[in-house]
Design a protein around this ligand. Structure first.
Ligand SMILES: [Zn+2]
Length: 283
């Protein structure tokens, strides 16, 4: 009886030790002990990003990622403004040359024949996306790039083009999802994003706090800020930025490029760790 009690006690102690070890093991470490990463991204190179979003980010000392359609009007007419943003630490990302999306389905009436992804081959998309990287390099000298798929669409006329361009990028954002559940399991070529439209500052902050609870990451893909399409108001944007600036110790707001470099290194480290403890192969 006594022996059984002792064994039970040992078993309990073992379970407690293992439980404690599991609880202490950090699922994923962000730099500086921050709890979660926040990516502020802005798609389509619309004017309100240059006029409203970038000045607001600069006031708070926060860095964002701007996914340029390289064929956009602002790239033609306000190139120096984009260049200045890059000099100031913001990332200029690749959002393709012409914003190819599928013309099928509701809400796609705006897709012109020349930008119809259903009529563009994988090889054509890869060539265009590579040219867009070359243009980004010419604009700001960058040599590592991230991509956001226009409309989140992946299927070109003859197959999935995202798979074909994945080797060109540190990270690729695809629509659909809130906070990332698991950073080590994250596929950097299929990062889920949330696309807030007409949301309040409180709603945006709640999404950040959810990522904080999970210890992972939230990716915002904005479009217009205080104007243009799929927009949120300047006030909501300002409230989010003020919150992030006031909680820098908890939330790592940085360019997606920087964040994906970090994730790539941690994932590689974790993969190496697994290799070290795995048994030697049988001879
Ligand atoms: Zn877009």
């Amino acid at each position: 009886m006594r022996l059984r009690v002792q064994l039970a006690a040992v078993g309990m102690a073992w379970a407690l030790t293992c439980g404690a070890t599991m609880a202490q093991a950090p699922a994923f470490a962000w730099p500086g002990g921050q709890r979660a990463a926040v990516s502020l991204s802005y798609d389509d190179a619309v004017p309100s990003q240059l006029d409203n979003a970038i000045p607001a980010l600069d006031r708070h000392g926060l860095k964002g990622t701007f996914y340029l359609i390289l064929g956009a009007q602002t790239v033609r007419e306000r190139l120096e403004d984009w260049r200045a943003a890059a000099r100031n630490g913001h990332e200029l990302g690749n959002h393709s040359l012409f914003h190819q999306c599928s013309a099928q389905g509701p809400g796609r009436e705006w897709v012109q024949p020349e930008q119809d992804l259903d009529a563009t081959s994988v090889a054509q998309m890869r060539a265009q996306v590579e040219l867009a990287n070359t243009m980004l390099h010419a604009i700001d000298g960058s040599t590592e790039f991230t991509y956001t798929a226009p409309c989140g669409d992946q299927r070109a006329s003859d197959g999935n083009y995202i798979e074909a361009i994945a080797p060109l990028f540190l990270g690729i954002k695809l629509v659909g999802g809130a906070a990332i559940p698991d950073m080590l399991a994250l596929d950097r070529a299929a990062v889920p994003v949330t696309v807030p439209v007409d949301m309040s500052g409180a709603e945006l902050i709640a999404l950040v706090e959810e990522a904080g609870r999970l210890g992972t990451m939230i990716n915002f893909t904005f479009h217009g800020i205080g104007g243009d399409h799929l927009s949120i108001g300047n006030q909501a944007h300002e409230q989010l930025l003020a919150f992030l600036a006031a909680h820098r110790d908890r939330y790592w707001t940085a360019t997606f490029r920087e964040q994906m470099r970090w994730v790539r290194a941690r994932q590689a480290q974790a993969a190496n760790g697994v290799a070290e403890i795995s048994p030697a192969p049988a001879r």
